[in-house]
Design a protein around this ligand. Structure first.
Ligand SMILES: Cc1cc2nc3c(=O)[nH]c(=O)nc-3n(C[C@H](O)[C@H](O)[C@H](O)COP(=O)(O)OP(=O)(O)OC[C@H]3O[C@@H](n4cnc5c(N)ncnc54)[C@H](O)[C@@H]3O)c2cc1C
Length: 622
């Protein structure tokens, strides 16, 4: 690697010629040298050889762009075995294929973001019909691999509609490579504004196409929101060192921003993110609602950070979570595809006998009828503070604690007239930056510096927790229902603690604990896990349980608020808050959405889902 850093070696040294076709036809790797990001769009992922080849070329190039995005579509994803089998023929790609296989699961319809190389190689795979999927993105591709992997199971033909959809994702100068040389493809490309050249290709194709998007008309861009000019990374101040702030800081720092994170507390995760341990589990609903889909996307993003940056069984545990159902809500869609079982499945009648033994024979529903429980295989517990600390370790972040921000003002300095000044209560400037992200939970509402306030509501919550004395009385995994129970997480002393949560106290932003709440929590435990409640009854009655309280922050539609506040403030002010009761699922995804918007990058999720989180959806009150 040292050698590579000094001399640029020809790509052919690393790659066999047949696999170079798409790269070479798109002028890569020379075209991406020194760029901040490079966005490849591929139709048909197949067994991923084009992606792996592009990733490897990026890895081997000392002048690689900071970020490599590959956006790809696939009608019917290959199996893990097929991915590995295909890569086995190319030993140099196999280690990358193994990493791909680790994240190759739960690929339901829609987009999924898979993350490699500490977030610098981003694969966004859309499962479904390419034409429809392309409408759910709005970025400009730098390179297009038209017919992707030859083993792709895409059912679609390359027809004029697909080419039109694809041309909408191109900028003037985008280069396209194709192994399809039919007249219809050539004519279709020309009609869409490409200059096309037929070339002799490598065996076995014989011929290939190279094309460049250069229409003789001005392409319509106005409607394509994310085609804004990408911001160049400079200085950023994030206010708040909780999950939201840490996630935004990490996403921006990975893109080259110099990020200062300010927090009023003396250390990271001093607010709601100080929760001793929290639950990671997807939301489910019979109609696979917006929230259900968002929660799965968010969970995938958090899971990858946990898997690669946290200590298993100490900072988090991929234990799975059982969801007890006390009414008919929260079920799974009737025809839940097989890929969904990675996330959640109905528990069979003979399953989870260990849990049945632990919870006793109390009826499982208010109506006395047994509703099937749901097993969230992609669930577990995690310590929010550890996640925050891991995110804040991203190079480029400087945390500064003990700074309470009182207001913001635009700099009047002639040279830095586009920056924001961050002021304390005495109007002293604590920090200055071109970009400010408000991630101060409920307190974000008061920091917008405009008459309009962010519509945020505080919801106080308390949990009870204590040292595990009798492991036999504990369920073997966390259980969700009305309230949630974590039977054993590694506490700060290295021991094992249980945790039961949580109360909901609307319009209350007091984070002090209250003794009477412990009884409320005990009542929830009795309903959720009667057997465990019997064992822990004495701890609750003689006041041995510990209490922790925090303030959640929610928006009117109970979804996070992310993105620029252009509607109410001057440019350069963004927000990330209202993570509600799902900060562990949403924070990392929100950080990536914020960064994607600022840098005109491909979205990690469908545009429709992303828009449901954007600050621009809100009505502000005075
Ligand atoms: C009882 C309870 C149980 C929960 N259980 C779960 C769970 O099981 N799973 C899950 O996913 N989520 C859970 N949550 C929700 C989760 O904790 C939150 O969604 C998440 O912590 C919110 O993160 P945040 O960064 O937005 O806010 P916070 O963590 O509150 O961070 C905001 C930060 O901003 C700082 N700040 C505020 N004002 C200023 C200022 N003026 N100047 C400088 N700094 C400032 C604060 O000091 C704070 O550190 C729970 C929450 C509670 C209260």
């Amino acid at each position: 690697m040292l050698l590579l850093a000094t001399f640029r070696l020809p790509l052919e040294i690393f790659l066999t010629p047949a696999r170079l076709d798409f790269l070479q036809s798109c002028g890569l790797p020379a075209a991406w040298a020194g760029q901040a990001q490079w966005r490849v769009l591929e139709m048909g992922f197949g067994v991923g050889l084009n992606f792996l080849t592009t990733w490897q070329a990026w890895k081997n190039d000392p002048q690689r762009p900071r970020l490599l995005h590959v956006v790809t579509t696939e009608a019917c994803p290959a199996s893990v075995a097929e991915l590995l089998q295909a890569a086995a023929e190319h030993p140099d790609l196999l280690p990358l294929a193994v990493q791909l296989a680790e994240q190759w699961h739960g690929l339901l319809h829609g987009f999924h973001r898979l993350t490699f190389e500490a977030g610098q190689v981003l694969l966004t795979i859309g499962i479904g019909e390419a034409k429809e999927l392309l409408k759910e993105q709005s970025f400009e591709a730098d390179s297009v691999y038209l017919d992707g992997d030859k083993l792709s199971k895409n059912l679609e033909n390359i027809d004029p509609h697909l080419l039109k959809a694809l041309a909408r994702c191109c900028r003037r100068g985008t280069r396209l490579a194709s192994l399809s040389t039919s007249i219809s493809v050539i004519e279709g490309l020309i009609q869409c504004g490409f200059e096309v050249e037929k070339m002799s290709g490598l065996a076995p194709q014989g011929e290939k196409l190279q094309a460049r998007f250069n229409p003789h008309w001005e392409p319509k861009k106005a409607a394509q929101a994310n085609k804004a000019k990408p911001r160049s990374p400079t200085r950023c101040v994030v206010i708040g060192a909780g999950l939201a702030g840490a996630a935004c800081a990490a996403s921006l720092a990975r893109r080259g921003w110099q990020v200062t994170v300010l927090d009023a507390h003396a250390s990271a995760a001093g607010g709601a993110s100080a929760l001793p341990a929290g639950m990671l589990a997807p939301h489910t609903s019979p109609d696979d609602s917006l929230l259900s889909r968002l929660s799965r996307n968010g969970l995938r993003a958090t899971w990858e950070i946990a898997r690669t940056q946290l200590l298993a069984d100490i900072d988090w545990q991929a234990s799975g979570v059982l969801q007890r159902r006390f009414d008919a809500s929260g079920g799974l869609p009737m025809h839940w595809p097989e890929a969904g079982e990675h996330w959640s499945r109905m528990a069979g009648p003979d399953e989870f006998q260990a849990l049945d033994a632990a919870i006793g024979s109390a009826p499982r529903s208010d109506q006395g009828e047994d509703l099937p429980a749901i097993w969230h295989a992609a669930g577990g517990w995690i310590k929010p503070r550890r996640l925050v600390q891991a995110l804040l370790r991203t190079p480029g972040i400087t945390p500064r604690y003990g700074f309470k921000v009182a207001s913001l003002q635009r700099s009047t300095s002639f040279t830095t007239d586009r920056s924001w000044q961050v002021l304390d209560a005495n109007k002293n400037c604590i920090a200055e930056a071109e970009l400010v992200v408000l991630a101060a939970g409920f307190e974000s509402a008061g920091l917008t510096n405009t008459p309009e306030r962010l519509p945020l509501q505080p919801i106080r919550g308390q949990v009870a927790w204590g040292v595990v004395m009798e492991t036999d009385a504990m369920p073997p995994f966390p259980v969700n229902g009305h309230g949630s129970f974590i039977p054993g997480f590694t506490d700060e002393n290295g021991g094992s603690s249980w945790l039961m949560g949580a109360t909901f106290d609307r319009d209350n932003n007091d984070s002090h604990t209250q003794q009477q709440d412990q009884q409320d929590i005990f009542g929830r435990l009795q309903q959720l896990l009667p057997q465990t409640a019997k064992t822990l009854a004495s701890s609750f009655s003689d006041g041995q349980t510990r209490a922790w309280a925090g303030v959640r922050c929610v928006s009117p539609d109970r979804l996070p608020i992310v993105g620029p506040l252009d509607d109410i403030a001057l440019p350069g002010l963004c927000v990330c808050t209202a993570l509600g009761s799902r900060g562990l699922s949403f924070a990392v995804l929100c950080g990536e959405l914020l960064a994607a918007g600022l840098h005109a990058e491909p979205l990690p999720i469908e545009k429709r889902l992303a828009q449901s989180l954007m600050a621009s959806r809100l009505h502000f009150s005075e």
